[in-house]
Design a binder for this molecule. Structure first.
Ligand SMILES: CC(=O)SCCNC(=O)CCNC(=O)[C@H](O)C(C)(C)COP(=O)(O)OP(=O)(O)OC[C@H]1O[C@@H](n2cnc3c(N)ncnc32)[C@H](O)[C@@H]1OP(=O)(O)O
Ligand SMILES: N[C@@H](CCO)C(=O)O
Length: 376
């Protein structure tokens, strides 16, 4: 492993400062057995890292999210209103951190990174990764930053999968887990939607088996269509009816089509297609029980208090499925509770319903650590 120091940068934000760093964590053996050399993790945080290293809060982002959860003068963060002094994620008593996931395209090692052996970007050669790999890399980065305990791990959707994996992979490291719009095992319908998104990208002639950059092209049509489908699943029929109905846009298309194309093309400007594919595969493979015996055995490892949050009309993670997961976790001895967000948005409510999120976070994090929460 090359020895690199951690360079910390500082940005102004309304609540204090947002710090950022690229943290080298060395070579990482993935669940698949492949080894990624010189992995680097991009991290942002707010709060006093030294003082609160035993009281840290980790936020895990969703599929196309990134480490920028905190508001700065340049850019709002995806959970900005929830983080700050006296807010639900209180930076007076905690340091709040967020990292770009392994395999993503916003600073942490992923398909755009340079492969040491070829001297070129990994592109389509980047290995398949798992949610568990993402979490292990986050753990290494936290240890490098001196964090010794997480007061809480929170995340929605793919971030929720990571939060659950944290509880299982590092039980003695985590006190509270808040999982929004996610399940212990990714569903068939979720895998199905991901399959359509994957095919849209891979069938784009510009995809070139993932080597599009070498040919100076990009599978923008494929990624646009993938995002259009994704956006349908992140909202509700009722919302589209109210917002678009059967209105016709200036371009002569239905307004709903214009809206979806807008979001598809917007993603193309900020996301890499190979990253998108690796993250879809990681979600597809998400199964808390993999190589841990039964799902109940996996739950049995958890010592954190787990709050699982369902969202009304979430097409991807129906509240009933999340309630069932909570029951199964309780039967396995987990101190698990269920909360629900009521929203016209559907799945994306975990990025939008700040008042309800605020109340849920305050309630969940106010609870003392359960007595059986001893290190194992
Ligand atoms: C956990 C994570 O890390 S995820 C990271 C954050 N999430 C994302 O970035 C995902 C992409 N974005 C989104 O899903 C949404 O924009 C959210 C959840 C962030 C916000 O949702 P909403 O406030 O409901 O936004 P909405 O769906 O109306 O989209 C707003 C955009 O669509 C545009 N828009 C709205 N209606 C139309 C229409 N009929 N035709 C074309 N464009 C439209 C708006 O101009 C706006 O554009 P902008 O984002 O460039 O400013
Ligand atoms: N809209 C969010 C949620 C996906 O689950 C994203 O793009 O990351």
């Amino acid at each position: 492993m090359k020895q690199e120091s951690v360079m910390i940068e500082m940005n102004e934000n309304l609540q204090g400062h947002v710090f950022s760093a690229r943290v080298p964590v060395g070579a990482v053996e993935l669940e698949s057995g492949e080894v990624l050399s010189d992995v680097v993790v991009y991290v942002e945080w707010v709060g006093d890292l030294l003082r609160h290293r035993e009281q840290a809060i980790l936020l895990c982002h969703a599929l196309t999210g990134d480490a920028h959860a905190f508001d700065t003068a340049e850019k709002p963060g995806w959970w900005g209103p929830l983080i700050g002094a006296g807010r639900a994620l209180d930076t007076e008593s905690h340091v709040v951190l967020c990292m770009n996931v392994l395999g993503g395209c916003s600073g942490t090692t992923g398909p755009l990174s340079i492969c040491e052996t070829t001297g070129q970007s990994y592109a389509g050669q980047f290995p398949e990764i798992t949610i568990r790999d993402m979490v292990r890399v986050q753990h290494l980065a936290l240890r490098s930053l001196g964090v010794t305990r997480l007061y809480a791990v929170l995340g929605g959707s793919m971030g929720g999968m990571q939060a659950l994996e944290w509880a299982c992979s590092f039980p003695s490291f985590v006190k509270h887990v808040i999982v929004l719009a996610a399940l212990p095992v990714f569903s068939a319908i979720g895998i199905g939607y991901n399959a359509v998104m994957r095919q849209a990208i891979e069938r784009d002639p510009a995809f070139q088996q993932g080597d599009y950059a070498r040919y100076g092209v990009f599978p923008k049509d494929g990624l646009t269509v993938a995002r259009m489908l994704g956006m349908i699943t992140y909202r509700t029929a009722q919302l589209f009816e109210e917002r678009c109905g059967r209105s016709i846009s200036e371009q002569g298309t239905f307004e709903i089509e214009r809206y979806l194309v807008y979001h598809g093309e917007k993603l193309v400007r900020r996301f890499d297609a190979n990253s998108y594919l690796r993250l879809l595969s990681a979600m597809d493979g998400h199964h808390l029980g993999r190589n841990r015996g039964t799902l109940a055995d996996a739950f049995g490892r958890i010592t954190a208090r787990v709050t699982m949050v369902g969202i009304e009309n979430d097409l991807l993670y129906p509240p009933d499925s999340i309630k069932q997961a909570v029951c199964a976790a309780r039967e396995a001895g987990v101190d698990a509770v269920y909360q629900e967000i009521s929203s016209p948005y559907g799945h994306d409510a975990f990025l939008l319903e700040f008042d309800q999120l605020d109340a849920i976070f305050r309630d969940a994090l106010a609870h003392a650590v359960p007595k059986n929460s001893i290190a194992r």
